[in-house]
Write a protein that binds this ligand. Structure first.
Ligand code: K1U
Ligand code: ZN
Length: 171
């Protein structure tokens, strides 16, 4: 098990598009284990592989306080959407900022689990929003892309300053 480094906006590697997983092998299973550990340690309610600089289509989610509903989605696809929902979103790659984003309220998602088995599930509310946020990461998209350029630039400048102060590499 390992805690992975989470990339911070505006790191350009967050804009990479993740490629489909061909086979759920030991390497992917270890990635899933490490992603859960990293998400719980952060702490967060979701994490996408792109955030730990692995461009493969893997996300993990657990919206419960007690860590009792760990969900892993490999090659996730939203097959239906319904309704609209506005929610304040945060992101482990954009630490310290929360902004309101509008997304679908209900979704049906198809994916492989950590055993490589295909499954479908319905999600609504926070779970639905979190899955949509994580799938956006796999396509190189961040929640700041939904807000005004003015707010986005303020966030970028603040995080660039923080990265320089902390000695984090700014690419
Ligand atoms: O993708 C990420 O960076 C994870 C992100 C997921 C998310 C949060 C809120 C709305 C949509 C997607 C986070 O987990 S940010 C941290 C957070 O929300 C949280 C942390 C601890 C307890 C509860 C929530
Ligand atoms: Zn995020």
């Amino acid at each position: 098990m390992a805690i992975l480094e989470i990339l911070h906006y505006p790191d350009p590697r967050l804009r990479n598009e993740a490629l489909p997983v061909e086979e759920v092998d030991l390497e992917i299973k270890k990635l899933v284990t490490d992603m859960f550990e990293t998400m719980y340690d952060a702490p967060g309610i979701g994490l996408a592989s792109i955030q730990v600089n692995v461009p493969k289509r893997v996300i993990v989610v657990d919206i419960t306080e007690e860590h009792e509903q760990p969900l892993c989605f490999i090659n996730p696809e939203i097959i239906s959407k319904d309704g609209e929902e506005e929610m304040d979103e945060g992101c482990l790659s954009v630490p310290g900022f929360y902004e309101t984003v509008q997304r679908a309220d209900k979704i049906r998602v198809k994916a492989l689990n950590e055993k490589g088995e295909e499954f479908e599930m319905d999600a609504e509310g926070l779970l639905s929003v979190c899955i949509q946020h994580e799938i956006d990461h796999l396509d190189g998209k961040l929640f700041v892309d939904y807000i005004s350029p003015l707010k986005r630039n303020r966030i970028r400048k603040k995080l660039e300053k923080d990265s320089k102060k902390s000695g984090r590499k700014v690419l």
